[in-house]
Design a protein around this ligand. Structure first.
Ligand SMILES: [Zn+2]
Ligand SMILES: [Zn+2]
Length: 200
């Protein structure tokens, strides 16, 4: 694997610990933007839809995807589908969409490493002996892109982002600003969602 697919040190600092999954997501993101022929996103033009959910392992991949693609949570460019799958679709409106999924055989082979004996006991990655963590990370680095990923173009994929607006209004109860798409009306007065008593 080429070194440009290895996350820079700041990626590990941002992520917090060393694990194999942030680097896998990073590599997936790097390959996906190369595949689409786009650069790391600086503004708001690239969207990533990871199929991961919550309450399962390997969600660390999503930090790597954000770091590699620039499609970050704060720019509202990444949104989970909650399918509970180790895959993601990368979409740039002018270039189209491509889906990357981890191959089951790769997941099975990775699962045999000592790293998972610790993880299944509930031991956090930062508390696993460094040699055990380095072993699995380096093994992943040695595997080919084809071993890791199934890649498929998604020519029919479409997505329309929410239209942006700067309009905001002060809640008549708490006095805090609310962006208008989240404003609610109660007794004829504009209110924020927490002051409205409504669930949403
Ligand atoms: Zn991690
Ligand atoms: Zn309020």
């Amino acid at each position: 694997m080429t070194t440009e697919l290895i996350p820079p040190e700041w990626a590990f600092e941002f992520h917090g610990h060393r694990c194999p999954f942030m680097p896998i997501g990073y590599r997936m993101g790097k390959l996906a933007i190369q595949n689409l022929g786009v650069e790391r996103e600086v503004d708001h033009g690239l969207f990533v839809f990871p199929e991961l959910g919550e309450g399962h392992p390997q969600t660390c991949m999503m930090d790597g995807m954000q770091i590699a693609t620039g499609a970050t949570y704060g720019k509202v460019l990444i949104a989970k589908t909650f399918y509970g799958k180790l895959a993601a679709t990368f979409y740039q409106p002018q270039k189209g969409a491509v889906r990357y999924a981890l191959n089951p055989d790769f997941i099975d082979a990775m699962g045999k490493f000592e790293f998972f004996i610790y993880r299944k006991k509930g031991i956090e990655p930062s508390h696993i002996p460094a040699a055990v963590v380095v072993e699995i990370i380096n093994w992943v680095y040695e595997q080919s892109d084809e071993t890791l990923f199934k890649v498929e173009p998604k020519p029919d994929f479409t997505f329309t982002p929410v239209k942006g607006s700067f309009n905001k209004t002060k809640c008549s109860v708490c006095g805090e600003y609310v962006f208008d798409r989240y404003l609610r009306m109660k007794d004829g007065q504009p209110v924020c969602i927490p002051c409205s008593g409504y669930g949403k």
